[in-house]
Design a protein around this ligand. Structure first.
Ligand code: PMP
Length: 490
């Protein structure tokens, strides 16, 4: 399976020596950061990278004859050959089809096994097909999948969510996207204000109002790649720059913002951590300007069993959690403070509650509730995090050791059991992160890893550690990471 690299290793690439000189730099202004990025970018030998990419593409094709055959078949009737367009973001010139996913491993239809650090982009953060989830699902399925009544698991689930994430009242959704949509809708209803605020370069699912960014002049524009917004997002959305309280205050001063929807740390443009005092400042400003604060912890649950809200003692009005709480099943939930819930009393007794815009016939079904109960009663526990976080630290240290060994101006950033590396110095906000655009290096790294049995999340360079990963899995990644770096620079 290994690519023969002997010819590559003998060659020397002087551009990487120049990169070594950049390694020590730390604090940047925005324009300095942009300058560093273009400098690093200019130093990359694109021709060499292209040649290496071609070799990996060829290896990929040779390794996956059955997936190739199946990909051709799938193109007959599946738009783009996959059930979801983003599935084509995985590395390789065609999708690989999986046969089995268990714990931290995936096996494809060509019988190649991978250590999976994507874990369904947190949907399978608790490990693939954990036995306690599959058993609970089998049991629930045999007793009735969807009715118009709640199952008994509902109150257990809400009580557990309340204990973990501090908010008193809970509602279910099928996806974090829906949980966010419903939270935005309730925020507007409660405050009577028309707009919402999100962070520049955030991601909160396919919620129309959130697919927006700031352009260079500070105007709200559709996020690059977003298709067919209902209305221009500047009609619905104001945008603040993460880690910049002045920018948030300028947004809130307009007086028309119902809520600020944010992640405590940005995770979807790589990991950007809050600076000291930032989240406290956000809370103060949202109170001052009478806007609700919604924390979307779909990813930042990586910090611990109660997410960043518990670990960092945050105090949101509403709270969203998606994928990981269902052990792989499509589920989500959102929490509301007592004060927020109180303001919904009148609405909840309405005869038109079924057509309020907060809904979903299958939402809160018995299977979903059984999956959450099984997941939260067996995993995502203190004990699990005490295992996963040190393992993520080992993964991070492994990457850092390679960065240091080759004296690269790169960064690795850990957030609980999640870790992520950058081909640049550490960005401080979403726009800096988005501008650190090294898609070609990223593409090569991901395919190189995949061709050697390791999967990294395809959208950036993220790894998640589950209770099923082992030290060997982590060492395997470190060793491959060293090889891929060496292949580029030796
Ligand atoms: N919130 C955050 C923070 C996310 O990262 C995502 C998706 N990755 C979502 C919401 C949306 O989740 P889903 O696609 O399951 O609706």
């Amino acid at each position: 399976m290994m690519l023969n690299k002997s010819s590559l290793i003998s060659k020397t690439f002087s551009y990487m020596n120049s990169l070594k000189n950049l390694f020590q730099r730390k604090a940047f202004t925005y324009s300095q950061f942009e300058g560093e990025i273009s400098k690093i970018s200019g130093l990359i030998d694109r021709n060499r990278l292209k040649k290496l990419q071609q070799e990996e593409d060829l290896l990929f094709i040779n390794l996956h004859p059955k997936s190739k055959e199946h990909a051709i078949l799938a193109e007959n009737n599946l738009l783009g050959g996959v059930p979801m367009p983003w599935m084509n973001r995985l590395p390789g010139s065609f999708p690989i089809f999986f046969k089995e996913a268990k714990g931290s491993k995936i096996k494809d239809i060509d019988s190649i096994e991978y250590v999976d650090f994507c874990l369904g982009d947190t949907g399978a953060m608790t490990g693939h097909s954990a036995p306690f989830v599959t058993e609970a699902l089998q049991h629930a399925a045999s007793r009735g999948i969807t009715t118009m009544m709640p199952s008994e698991d509902a109150s257990w689930v809400a009580n557990e969510l309340s204990k973990r994430f501090k908010l008193k009242y809970w509602q279910l959704a099928m996806t974090a996207t829906d949980a966010n949509r419903f939270s935005l809708r309730y925020s507007r209803y409660i405050t009577g204000k028309p707009k919402i605020c999100v962070m520049d370069w955030c991601y909160h699912g396919t919620v129309d109002e959130t697919l927006a960014v700031l352009d260079k002049n500070g105007n709200v524009i559709p996020r690059p790649g977003a298709v067919g917004p209902q209305v221009h997002p500047s009609v619905t959305t104001r945008i603040a720059v993460y880690n910049d309280l002045e920018s948030l205050e300028n947004v809130l001063k307009h007086g028309d913002v119902a809520c600020v929807l944010m992640e405590p740390a940005l995770t979807n443009i790589g990991i950007v951590l809050p600076e000291k005092g930032y989240l406290e400042g956000v809370r103060e400003l949202t109170k001052k300007y009478d806007a609700l604060l919604i924390m979307d912890e779909t990813h930042t649950i990586s910090v611990g069993p109660g997410g960043a809200t518990k670990a960092w003692n945050l105090d949101p009005d509403m709270f969203v959690i998606g994928k990981p709480i269902g052990g792989g099943m499509p589920v989500a939930a959102y929490g509301l403070s007592e004060e927020v819930a109180d303001k919904l009393k009148h609405h909840l007794s309405s005869d038109n509650i079924d057509v309020s815009g907060v809904g979903g016939t299958l939402t809160g079904n018995a299977m979903a509730l059984a999956a959450i109960k099984a997941t939260l009663s067996n995993t995502l526990s203190e004990k699990d995090f005490n295992f996963m976080i040190p393992l993520a630290t080992k993964w991070t240290d492994g990457v850092q050791s390679v960065i240091s060994e080759f004296k690269l101006p790169w960064t690795v950033q850990q957030l609980g059991c999640r870790s992520e590396y950058w081909f640049c110095p550490r960005p401080k906000n979403g726009a800096e992160a988005a501008n650190a655009n090294f898609h070609d290096i990223e593409k090569y790294f991901h395919l190189y890893c995949l061709n050697r049995g390791v999967l990294i999340t395809p959208f950036h360079n993220m790894a998640l550690l589950s209770p099923y990963h082992t030290i060997n899995d982590v060492d395997k990644h470190t060793s491959i990471f060293r090889d891929v770096v060496r292949s580029m620079i030796c």
